[in-house]
Design a protein around this ligand. Structure first.
Ligand code: MSK
Length: 631
């Protein structure tokens, strides 16, 4: 079933997903929908952030009758510490992803598994980092840049190299506020030092370090992940792809790549075309090998190869429930441990590959940059050989498929804008056409919509209903992570989706030949959005908080998302969340996050669980900013 008209309705998609739930029940398999019921209601102490487990005198839980823990810490200190720990978890995770990519770049060689695809980007980074390139082999430059990138994690003095790419105003603000990110590992370690028993309990200090630790992610580890991935695998440019469960092919060996690190998925994509393995697939009765993605790995391979997007975070179990998957190959982050027992209900092999994500009931095949080719060959071969174990009678693939265009890196956006430049002044290769569209009011502003999906919000509805509302109000959207995949599955990432936009946005989409919802990549690629806002602000001659731009994560769920929120806000972008972090137990911490930090960085968080209101608040904020600019 192609989308009815242009865009699927919630009901059309739910009807198909319900059929997969029925299969799960019949098989006796557990799904997140069932486990949510078992886990609800959630622990109120945990939800409010007032449970403290950082020493063995407790756990202490704060109530009106017991306002302090055994050490004397009050709710504000406990909530603030928990918030900082959450941030540190996210910052460490994203940054370790970046470190892996830097290591992959260090392993690149002309005759090895990994190559330098974007030489211009590599040379530009080298130049900005003061690395001599004249007369050097490109791989020697790659190794020097990779070494410098790896050294950023433990640099002894100074701030992250990448912050020099931020606007001068932002750099000044970060230094003045003492939140400019130093070594990535230092910021994470310092956060964990601060939250140790007997250290910080002052909310202001804990939230300040949360911003700094977040910045070490966004303008440190994540930026390394994004930029070095582009050097290795190519800077994304617009590319057509497809989305939803209908991309799984009944007569093919289906391999799902899931997680985040493109070092793995790039090699799986390459080996799916290996002649020997394709011949083997034919031998076992399949028509070929089909790769599809889940979560951010899906974004990585969609934007560089057009590999279809099977689903996002809360779709991962549905994919196995189709009964048509030979292997789910995972690396790190956002992988349900439930995939272990679930895959055992089918013939599916659940293949883990990374020491950071060891999961029961999986087959572990270690994947390393040094042995990437042989590891990838082995993984794809195992999947192909598993095809003969599939019960074709039990396969149910929902007939749901949409068209999408992915791959709007900053470079791609500028290139696309160049096609519509009709100004008298030569503005080629800049964001000036975008600034002109916003100042003239043809576009009211932009929203960076990102993040996961979360059963606390009816899955994907937060994203989709908000997107439709914003598009109708002439607000252009840049998307990443599972938000991007929600849009793709509903048909909003197709150029035809301009039909539901306001007149101004519709005109811009027609002239620039873009969808109204621009896919910018995976969750580490929110760093691209930070480059975008800083560069637009510089082009405009204003500071980032003045831009009629806001961030939004309506259904976020992970520690990484909290780290992201902190660096987005610290970059001067007001951020709207549809799920409240565990801070309700402290008015002081909540006040700081939703208001107080505005004095430090010019932006703050808004929490609102009613999606209709959340959308209204974003539009209101964008209009306030326009008014303040006099446009
Ligand atoms: S995969 S962090 S569920 S966006 Fe990056 Fe999706 Fe959120 Fe994971």
């Amino acid at each position: 079933m192609e989308a009815n008209g242009l865009i699927y309705t919630h009901e059309e998609l739910d009807a198909e997903y319900d059929k997969l739930q029925a299969i799960a029940e019949k098989k006796g398999a557990s799904t997140w929908q069932m486990r949510v019921k078992q886990q609800t209601p959630h622990c109120k102490f945990g939800e409010d952030g007032v449970c403290c487990r950082i020493c063995s005198m407790g756990p202490c839980r704060i109530t009106k009758k017991a306002p302090r823990g055994i050490c004397g810490c009050d709710a504000h200190g406990i909530v603030g510490r928990n918030y900082l720990k959450f941030t540190a978890g996210g910052s460490a995770t994203h940054s370790d992803h970046g470190r892996e990519i830097a290591h992959t770049l260090y392993c690149a060689s002309p005759d090895g598994a990994y190559h330098v695809k974007d030489e211009a980007k590599l040379l530009s980074i080298a130049k900005r980092w003061g690395i001599e390139t004249e007369g050097k082999d490109i791989y020697d430059v790659a190794h020097e840049v990779a070494f410098a990138g790896l050294s950023e994690y433990g640099k002894v003095f100074g701030y992250q190299n990448w912050i020099k790419d931020a606007s001068p105003e932002r750099q000044k603000t970060w230094e003045e506020q003492e939140i400019a990110p130093r070594a990535v590992d230092r910021e994470v370690s310092h956060a964990l030092h601060m939250t140790h028993m007997g250290c910080s309990s002052l909310p202001e200090a804990l939230i300040r370090q949360s911003l700094r630790c977040g910045l070490a992610d966004g303008w440190g580890g994540s930026m390394t992940g994004t930029q070095f991935s582009d050097v290795l695998f190519g800077t994304p440019m617009p590319i057509d792809t497809e989305a939803n469960l209908g991309v799984i092919k009944k007569d093919y060996v289906n391999i799902i790549v899931h997680g985040h690190d493109p070092s793995l998925s790039e090699m799986i994509v390459e080996y799916a075309e290996n002649k020997e393995l394709v011949a083997l697939a034919h031998e076992v009765g399949a028509k070929g090998i089909n790769i599809a993605g889940v979560c951010c790995t899906s974004n990585e391979v969609a934007m560089r190869h057009g590999i279809p997007m099977a689903g996002n975070f809360l779709q991962q179990e549905n994919i196995v429930l189709t009964g048509a998957i030979e292997a789910v190959v995972v690396d790190v982050q956002c992988i349900f441990p439930a995939l272990g027992p679930l895959s055992k209900c089918f013939h599916t092999k659940f293949i883990t590959t990374n020491d950071a994500a060891r999961i029961p009931d999986s087959d572990f095949i270690r994947f390393e940059a040094e042995t990437a080719a042989e590891n990838a060959y082995k993984i794809v071969k195992e999947a192909v050989e598993n095809f003969k174990n599939r019960d074709q009678e039990a396969v149910y693939i929902p007939d749901l498929k949409t068209k999408a265009t992915a791959g709007y890196s900053c470079e791609a956006i500028i290139k696309q804008l160049d096609t519509v430049t009709n100004s008298q002044v030569d503005v080629t290769g800049t964001y000036q056409p975008l600034v002109d569209c916003i100042t003239s009011g043809v576009l009211r502003g932009a929203v960076a919509m990102v993040g996961c999906n979360n059963p606390k919000v009816r899955s994907d509805r937060g994203h989709i209903d908000l997107m439709k509302k914003l598009l109708a109000n002439d607000i252009v959207l840049v998307l990443s992570g599972c938000s991007a995949q929600a849009a793709a599955r509903y048909g909003l990432m197709s150029k035809d989706a301009k039909a539901i936009c306001g007149d101004g946005l519709k005109r811009v989409c027609t002239l620039a030949d873009i969808p109204p919802v621009l896919h910018m990549g995976s969750c580490v690629d929110i760093s691209r959005m930070m480059n975008l806002v800083c560069d637009v602000a510089v082009q405009w001659g204003i500071d980032t908080p003045q831009l009629p731009v806001v961030g939004c994560a309506p259904e976020w769920m992970s520690e990484k998302a909290v780290s992201i929120g902190n660096y987005v806000v610290a970059t001067g972008i007001d951020t709207f969340l549809g799920v409240v972090p565990y801070v309700n137990g402290s008015e002081e911490v909540k006040e700081l996050l939703t208001n107080g930090i505005r004095d430090w960085v010019g932006a703050a968080f808004t929490y609102e669980t009613d999606m209709e209101k959340l959308g209204d608040l974003m539009i209101e904020r964008i209009e306030e900013k326009r008014l303040a600019l006099g446009i």
